[in-house]
Design a binder for this molecule. Sequence first.
Ligand SMILES: NC(=O)C1=CN([C@@H]2O[C@H](COP(=O)(O)OP(=O)(O)OC[C@H]3O[C@@H](n4cnc5c(N)ncnc54)[C@H](O)[C@@H]3O)[C@@H](O)[C@H]2O)C=CC1
Ligand SMILES: O=C(CO)COP(=O)(O)O
Length: 331
Amino acid sequence: MTRSAVLGAGAWGTAFAKILAEAGSHVTIWARRESVAATIRERRINEGSLPGVKLPERVTATSDLAAAVAETDFVFLAVPSQTLRGNLADWAGHLPPDATLVSLMKGIELGTTKRMSQVIVETARVAPERVVVVSGPNLAPEIAAEQPAATVVAGLDAARAQLVQQAIALPYIRPYTSDDVIGCELGGAVKNVIALAYGMATAMGMGDNTKASLITRGLAETARLGVALGADPMTFAGLAGLGDLVATCSSPLSRNRTFGEHLGRGESLEAAQASTKQTAEGVKSCLAIRDLARAHGVEMPITEQVERVCHEGVDPRVAVKLLMGREMKPE
Ligand SMILES: NC(=O)C1=CN([C@@H]2O[C@H](COP(=O)(O)OP(=O)(O)OC[C@H]3O[C@@H](n4cnc5c(N)ncnc54)[C@H](O)[C@@H]3O)[C@@H](O)[C@H]2O)C=CC1
Ligand SMILES: O=C(CO)COP(=O)(O)O
């Protein structure tokens, strides 16, 4: 039987531990707080992150990192993107020498503009072939409720990607493999930014034409950046591109969309942060994605405006006017 560690006891790490255990792994969740680890161990619940979900017997938890990763085949990383580098700096020395490191995160690092797999390679000092990414339309509460969904397992080493695919396949999870790590990671990170815009549009009472336009043009700018970075454009028509974008934008369960709704109601960034507790990755990633796009000479007008609303105090209504008033061009 395989052994897996899930590092990060948030909504996704917890839902993913349930998947892994049901698919046959022994799973240890690492939680930062011992009280969270103890409740998972003793009562098999993580009420703060995934309320009402009972975890299988094969899931245990600890706040001791070395114990969590000991003798594991797979180490799944599910901490907020901006904390990954700091965490891995502490963890790198404990990781088993041949374990596959799997990123479940959807963000781009501030300052460096690196994708999560790049941060893992650099900080854990591992070969890129050891890193696999899982990304797709996978809202944690729906997955925990065992509603059928598909996802993508992307890796440079096809054999490792297939092992991860087998480790998470279930009657309600259909994983596809891919070799497009760049495309899958960008799809996951940029959709959070577009979902912020979608949430703003929703709160401003905008209709379905506006929302369809945002999704479509949001995907266009994601694919433009992806192609500039070497991604396969077809990835953006797949689960990690359009699939995740549609799920995140259309679901009231999305933290990014919900955060955007707060901003669309005229709240400041600080007020929105105070009323939403969980991670809304797009809020920070929009800055990094904007910088990445500028560095590659790629236009990302929606991302630029989301960044201005989030971090420069621009009124979302003004952002809409600016987007609509851009110079005319072919699609
Ligand atoms: N929730 C979802 O539906 C999905 C989330 N993701 C991605 O998974 C990643 C994790 O997100 P969630 O679990 O949803 O977030 P969350 O907000 O539910 O949980 C984040 C967890 O990280 C912990 N944490 C915060 N700061 C930390 C630090 N400095 N070091 C270590 N741990 C820290 C928190 O205590 C919390 O347990 C994100 O990149 C997100 O985009 C991907 C797919 C689905
Ligand atoms: O990535 C997700 C769904 O695939 C979760 O989206 P949020 O982080 O916006 O909740």
